[in-house]
Design a protein around this ligand. Structure first.
Ligand SMILES: [Zn+2]
Length: 111
């Protein structure tokens, strides 16, 4: 009975690796980035950051790419080109230790 009520409350998310409906806790760092590729339950985001180079005493632009778990409830909502927020969680696989927590902007809005 209880599990059925839970399902009805928030769409049909039964993903246990969902930070909102599941048991996955987020902690540590969070990043905003643009989705560059989408796979089954996983996305890759890319964002620009400034890196200080001591030799030249200047900052250089650098891009970082990160993989994040995409919960079932956001699978349809998030598409390539969208701006999303990811938060650190426990390691889910060798490359995934972040989970998508929210969609900030649609690809259309970013243009
Ligand atoms: Zn969910």
């Amino acid at each position: 009975m209880e599990t059925k009520n839970k399902m009805n409350k928030e769409s049909t998310c039964t993903d246990k690796d969902c930070s909102i409906h599941g048991k996955l806790k987020t902690r540590g760092r969070a990043f905003n980035g643009v989705v560059v590729s989408k796979h089954d339950k996983r996305i890759a985001i890319e964002f620009e950051r400034m890196i200080y180079i001591g030799k030249y005493e200047r900052y250089a632009r650098s891009k970082s790419k990160m993989h994040a778990r995409l919960p079932a409830c956001m699978e349809k909502e998030v598409a390539v080109g969208d701006l999303v927020k990811i938060a650190e969680c426990r390691p889910l696989s060798k490359t995934i230790h972040f989970v998508v927590v929210e969609k900030i902007k649609d690809a259309e809005e970013l243009k």
